[in-house]
Design a protein around this ligand. Structure first.
Ligand code: HEM
Length: 509
């Protein structure tokens, strides 16, 4: 006993001596000099008292060794901010979702913007779709609208999601970024053409997160208080106007300031220049969905605004930066399955894949009890029969029954939030949808893209495609661009040859 106590004590003193800065500081431990230096200006240091992380310095270093958590498997790089959503047009006739009911209704929210393929430190201006995720802290729990800046998606089968994303990540052999892989995936799945064109258009090169539009991509099932159903896509429109970046500017920024978009968002909020977006819905009735010439829930296609007009709904303003990136942005967990009464899944099978994927990823990335983290926890009390697990926080259901059904007054499911049923018929199987792949793509090129915008798109495609292997380039032309039209295929082909010639010239110099 005696001997052990003695060694422990001398050992401990020695450690304190070796690391004088790790002395225990009490709650008043911040010196005036420190608080002057770290004046609490946001983005710098806030004056905080601190205490030593436990008596044994080992804990400090051990925690350091465990600081890293897995980055998001997709959308790893991003930035976020807090804000407020205000209803500008009551749509209670379409949905009973309380956050969308009543002009002037305010709901706190948190938005995160991201790239998709790159790692945590990668460049914001990479050729990539960009994520646009918003968490609404509503009185019925959290509603997450997990969208993108591109209104269509490259695939319509959730089973292909890992393939799609592997092809935009690093080559498994060289660990280098490899343009051949992504184009190779694209040539094998012609339905990805529309999405690819949008990425290379001005839409894909918006000048910063603040200038991006956003889209739910999927249609949701909106349900009103009478139980009527309508299908709705949600669309964000940025209120910050600026010309898109050129592909040359985007390329340069990847090297000079990889965090350009994150910084632009942060600085604008710090400067009280609060970015805002208007939220719109597009509606399709059940009858319209049944008679629609193609699958209306195929997210490789869009709903044309001429036919399905935008109806304004509200405005989101981002007005507060996170004070701790890890706690608020890295630990934020958005999930397509976070829905509130009035908003339900539609028959879109890509959405069905997503309903499972997000929280599964978050259990791995953040641990089972990630919904209890402050950034993820709803503003209302949640009563469920979920218990225990690693890092369980709070009273864990206290003394209430932990099984259901029970006759001891445990919480009962609220029948008012049950989903509205609807009838379907047909053959259930896993099959491709043999409909015209390029209808909406042609409309996009004919009606939405200006001649100058088209030229910028062609040059951006060529600049990227020139890095793929020649046999893949040929297949892309044949499977993706010539089927749009002979003329468009020729245009891409000519621009590609030019880009290859110029690259060879500058290489030889
Ligand atoms: C993030 C899966 C389609 C937008 C993620 C994550 C997973 C995932 C696992 C990481 C979640 C995390 O660790 O927190 C899937 C699957 C899809 C799919 C399996 C299709 C079957 C889509 C689509 C969109 C989208 C269609 C756009 C409408 C996003 C966004 C994030 C994300 C914005 C980042 C959220 C954040 O900021 O934390 N996805 N995704 N994904 N996904 Fe998807």
């Amino acid at each position: 006993g005696m001997y052990n106590t003695f060694t422990m004590r001398s050992h401990f003193t020695q450690i304190l001596y070796m690391f004088p800065h790790s002395t225990v500081v009490n709650n008043n431990g911040v010196s005036p000099a420190q608080s002057q230096l770290f004046d609490g200006k946001s983005g710098y240091w806030n004056p905080r008292t601190y205490s030593h992380a436990g008596l044994f310095p080992h804990r400090k270093l051990a925690t350091f060794n465990r600081e890293r958590i897995p980055e998001r498997v997709v959308h790893a790089k991003g930035g976020g901010a807090h804000g407020e959503f205000v209803v500008t047009n009551d749509i209670s006739r379409f949905t009973k979702a309380k956050l969308f009911n009543g002009v002037g209704k305010k709901t706190r929210c948190f938005a995160r913007f991201s790239t998709v393929g790159g790692n945590l430190g990668s460049a914001d201006t990479a050729v990539d779709p960009h994520g646009f995720a918003v968490k609404f802290y509503t009185e019925d729990g959290n509603y997450d609208l997990v969208g993108n800046n591109i209104e269509v998606f490259p695939i319509r089968d959730p089973m292909l999601f890992s393939d799609l994303n592997r092809s935009r990540k690093r080559n498994p052999s060289t660990n280098l970024q490899d343009q051949t892989m992504w184009w190779d995936f694209v040539q094998g799945r012609p339905e990805s053409t529309f999405h690819a064109l949008q990425i290379f258009s001005d839409i894909g090169r918006a000048h910063g997160f603040r200038r991006m539009n956003g889209s739910s991509v999927h249609a949701f099932k909106f349900v009103n208080s009478r139980g009527d159903i309508v299908f709705a896509k949600l669309q964000w429109r940025s209120q910050q106007q600026a010309p898109a970046l050129t592909f040359q500017q985007a390329n340069t920024l990847q090297g000079t300031n990889p965090d350009y978009f994150v910084q632009d968002l942060y600085d604008s909020i710090e400067n009280r220049n609060y970015p805002s977006w208007l939220l719109y819905i597009q509606l399709m009735t059940v009858e319209q969905a049944q008679s629609y010439p193609r699958n209306p829930f195929d997210i490789t296609r869009n709903w044309r605004e001429e036919e399905f007009q935008l109806i304004e709904l509200g405005r989101m303003t981002l007005n507060r930066n996170p004070t701790n990136y890890f706690a608020e942005v890295e630990q934020a967990a958005f999930a397509v399955s976070n829905l509130v009464p009035g908003i339900e899944p539609s028959p879109d099978r890509m959405m069905h894949g997503r309903l499972l994927a997000y929280q599964d990823a978050q259990r791995y990335r953040l641990g089972t009890n990630f919904p209890q983290l402050p950034i993820n926890s709803p503003i209302v009390e949640v009563n469920s029969y979920i218990r225990d697990g690693k890092a369980c926080y709070g009273d864990n259901g206290g003394g209430s029954p932990n099984y259901w059904p029970n006759s001891f007054g445990g919480h009962q499911a609220d029948p008012g939030v049950a989903h509205v049923s609807f009838s379907v018929s047909g053959v259930v199987d896993r099959f491709d949808i043999p409909e015209d792949e390029f209808v909406e793509t042609r409309w996009f090129l004919e009606r939405d893209v200006t001649p100058a915008g088209r030229q910028r798109m062609l040059e951006a495609i060529a600049d990227h495609l020139k890095n793929a292997r020649p046999e893949v380039q040929a297949r892309v032309l044949q499977n993706n661009f010539y089927p749009i039209s002979r003329e468009f295929g020729d245009a891409v082909s000519a621009e590609l040859q030019k880009a290859i010639r110029n690259a060879n010239k500058s290489y030889k110099k």
